[in-house]
Structure formats: structure tokens, C-alpha cells
Design a protein around this ligand. Structure first.
Ligand SMILES: [Zn+2]
Length: 182
């Protein structure tokens, strides 16, 4: 299975144009004209996207990156593809977010926005959805719940979105990799 979740154009000011939500996950139709970067709260993610966009624009070639777009009860392997397009005489970047595969799982309250939270914080990687369990380790959410003994607690830590060192390094490497010679 493979389907598109979200598709939109970005103009030269990084404004969202013609967004098309393809499923119920988000109502992006209302975002026409909105600033893409206002939707990204994590500074490292903003930096990566900015670099990817600049690169696609300057080299006029697409970049496709794998990422995870999980929901509480689905592990979802996904991708984001950015490519230069010309629509009615205007140059845009087309951003496509799609799902490659989904695996159902028992619902994970830590990822559910309706779960009661306390004043503690946990970092989750915006890109791979791994959770930081100590100074050096980021693990799958199920492992983090086990390791941090979060199961059955009346309230759970708040999640702050950041980027794990592995994703940051890998993304920087793929964005700054030298373009293949024509
Ligand atoms: Zn990560």
C-alpha cells in the first residue's frame, strides 16, 4: 500500500498554495497562503526543511526523504518528496507527504494528544519518532514506555519535539551530499 497524505505547492516566499489533504489526518485546505515554517515548531526541523527547499530550488531536482508519521495506534513508514514544478507559468516547490506502510499497534497514550500530562518533559524526534530515554539513547516509543516505567501512570510527561542526533546527522548528510554529475 502507498498513498498520499498531503500535497501542496510552496511559493517563493514559502507560502502554502493549493493544499490538498488526502485523508482525515489534517484539515490543510484552510492553510492556503499560510507560512510553511509557522507549522514547524522544532528549530532543527525548520533548518533541515529550509536547506532541502533551497537545494531543490538551486539544483532543480527532487529530494525524497523517508520519515515516520505515526499515530497512537499506527506505526507509519512515510516519505516527504520535494520537487520543482512549474504551474501556470509560476515556479513552485511541490511537497508531497505519503505513507508507504502502516502497522496497527495497541494505542500508545503517550502519543495521544488527549492524554492527561504532568509537568515533566520527554523529547521525541520529529523525524523518526524515537523518544529520548537518557543522554545518549533514543528508542522506539514502546521501548521508552517500558524503560521509563510509564505504563499505567495516571499522567504522562509532555512531549517536546526535537531531532535525534542520528536523524540530524543523516538528514544533513543527505541534504549536503554532492549532486550526481549529469
Ligand atoms: Zn530521529
Amino acid at each position: 500500500m502507498s498513498h498520499i497524505n498531503l500535497l501542496f505547492l510552496l511559493d517563493s516566499q514559502w507560502k502554502i498554495r493549493r493544499p490538498r489533504p488526502a485523508n482525515k489526518d489534517g484539515n490543510w485546505e484552510g492553510q492556503n497562503g499560510g507560512d510553511f515554517f509557522e507549522f514547524i515548531s522544532d528549530p532543527s526541523l525548520r533548518q533541515i526543511y529550509r536547506m532541502v527547499f533551497e537545494r531543490v530550488k538551486s539544483e532543480q531536482r527532487e529530494i525524497c526523504l523517508p520519515l515516520r508519521c505515526d499515530t497512537p495506534n499506527l506505526r507509519r513508514e512515510a516519505y516527504v518528496r520535494i520537487r520543482p514544478v512549474n504551474v501556470e507559468g509560476g515556479d513552485y516547490l511541490e511537497v508531497e507527504n505519503g505513507t508507504l506502510s502502516e502497522t496497527p499497534r495497541p494505542s500508545v497514550p503517550l502519543l495521544d494528544p488527549h492524554t492527561a500530562r504532568d509537568e515533566t518533559f520527554l523529547s521525541i524526534c520529529s523525524w523518526c519518532k524515537r523518544v529520548k530515554v537518557n543522554d545518549t539513547e533514543w528508542v522506539e516509543v514502546e521501548d521508552a514506555i517500558h524503560r521509563l516505567k510509564l505504563f499505567g501512570r495516571p499522567t504522562l510527561p509532555r512531549l517536546t519535539h526535537g531531532m535525534c542526533p542520528t536523524c540530524y546527522h543523516d538528514l544533513m548528510a543527505s541534504v549536503t551530499a554532492r549532486a550526481p554529475r549529469p
